[in-house]
Design a protein around this ligand. Structure first.
Ligand code: SME
Length: 162
């Protein structure tokens, strides 16, 4: 198997469809949650334009703890209900933030971040963490990105054992 997936091209929905296929390929014979998260963070980082962070936080003892990512070093622990990540866990739903400066309590790990998409990760019906994407562009993420990244998060959930 080749590990260097070709960069997807085409419309946004074509890119997400191809990314989903590549993720399924990477997860096909692996159930380790951290390994699959590391590969998914990388896949997203190299496939999607205008990102400055792509990565995971996992719930441990009631708080979010940094997992595999690409981008600059980030905040290690985030309380439930705090920041965009902790709010997505508290609400149990994805959050698209067009302008991080307009989101009360946003936690700025990288001052370059201008917009953000956070998708909860579920296993057996429970939220176990989040997949977080940051962009240096305002309003980088739309509903197609939300749906596309939710699909990738669901593939991770189905393939991995926490
Ligand atoms: N901005 C996030 C913190 C995580 S970093 O963006 C990697 C938040 O407000 O939860």
């Amino acid at each position: 198997m080749t590990f260097a997936a070709a960069k997807p091209t085409g419309t946004k929905s074509e890119i997400y469809r191809e990314l989903a296929q590549q993720a399924e390929g990477l997860f096909a014979s692996e159930r380790d949650a951290i390994a699959n998260a590391a590969n998914l963070a990388s896949l997203i980082w190299f496939a999607l334009p205008d990102l400055n962070w792509s990565g995971f936080y996992f719930l441990k003892s009631g708080e979010l703890v940094l997992g595999p990512f690409h981008g600059k070093p980030a905040c290690v622990r985030i309380a439930i209900g705090k920041g965009v990540c902790g709010t997505a866990v508290a609400r149990k739903e994805s959050i698209v933030v067009a302008d991080v400066d307009a989101f009360p309590g946003h936690i700025p790990c990288d001052s370059a971040s201008r917009s953000e998409l956070v998708v909860p990760l579920r296993q057996n019906g429970k939220v176990v963490g989040v997949l977080d994407l940051d962009s240096p562009l305002l309003n980088r993420f739309d509903e197609d990105d939300r749906a596309g990244v939710e699909k990738l998060a669901a593939l991770w959930s189905a393939a991995s054992s926490v």
